[in-house]
Structures are given as structure tokens and as C-alpha cells.
Design a binder for this molecule. Structure first.
Ligand SMILES: [Ca+2]
Length: 144
């Protein structure tokens, strides 16, 4: 009986890890097909919608796996005649989390992104400025 319970517990833990790893909580987004047009096979780690460039239209930030050892991040912008994608940049590799915040009561919103690579934890406050993401405090060194 004890062996069965341990086996069942192990299965539950493994299943839980598998679900969390393979099927993240994907949000519904009209911009997702544009990401998929550019990156049809990459596994999405996490995505978040919010107005990155202060034009009043939500944009889509996607962290995705580019190879077994690295994640990248791109942003999909809705523009009048279609969409634009930023160049992919490195993103934290494990335990990725993202949230839009506003640190100075001025538009645009900043993106808070955190995660780790092994024991190297990183937390970055990014602002989209001059058509690229700027890490305001350099907090992502070592975790991407
Ligand atoms: Ca926008």
C-alpha cells in the first residue's frame, strides 16, 4: 500500500511538472498568429499583453525557447496595416515571470521580468525606448 501511495505521489509530481513545463497558461491574443507566423515551432514559455509603446493598443510580449539552453523575448505590435515584431533578445531561462508596472507615473508602462538560470536570479525593469527594450537597472545579467 505504501509503495502504491509513493508511486501515485511521484506520478502526481511528475505530471504536475510536465503540465507546467509543456502547457503554460497561454492567454488569448489576436496577436499570437503573428508571432506564430515568424516562429512556428518554438515553444512559448510565457506571454503577456499590454501597451508597450503607449499608442493605446495592447501589444504582445512573448518569451519562447529558442534551443534547449536559451529563451528569447519578442514583442508583437499591432500597427495600422498589420504587425511588427521586435528583434528577439535574450530572456531569463527558468521560472520566468512578467508584469507591466509604471515606476514613474509617466507613459509608457515598464515591463518587470524576472527569472533565473541555475542559481543566478535576475529581475529587470525594462522600458521600450527608441524602438528597443532598455534594461533600466541592468538586473538581468547572468539569468538569460
Ligand atoms: Ca501598443
Amino acid at each position: 500500500m505504501m509503495r502504491f501511495l509513493l508511486g501515485a505521489l511521484l506520478l502526481l509530481v511528475l505530471a504536475g511538472c510536465g503540465v507546467a513545463d509543456d502547457y503554460p497558461d497561454l492567454i488569448e491574443s489576436d496577436l499570437l498568429p503573428y508571432f506564430r507566423a515568424e516562429f512556428p515551432h518554438q515553444r512559448i514559455v510565457l506571454m503577456i499583453e499590454g501597451d508597450v509603446n503607449d499608442d493605446g493598443i495592447d501589444d504582445l510580449v512573448v518569451v519562447f525557447r529558442v534551443d534547449p539552453e536559451h529563451n528569447h523575448k519578442v514583442t508583437v505590435f499591432s500597427i495600422p496595416n498589420g504587425f511588427e515584431l521586435t528583434e528577439p533578445i535574450p530572456a531569463p531561462f527558468q521560472d520566468v515571470d512578467m508584469e507591466f508596472i509604471n515606476i514613474n507615473d509617466q507613459p509608457p508602462n515598464e515591463l518587470m521580468i524576472s527569472g533565473r538560470r541555475g542559481i543566478n536570479f535576475g529581475l529587470g525593469i525594462l522600458r521600450f525606448y527608441d524602438d528597443q527594450w532598455v534594461d533600466l537597472f541592468g538586473g538581468l545579467d547572468g539569468c538569460c
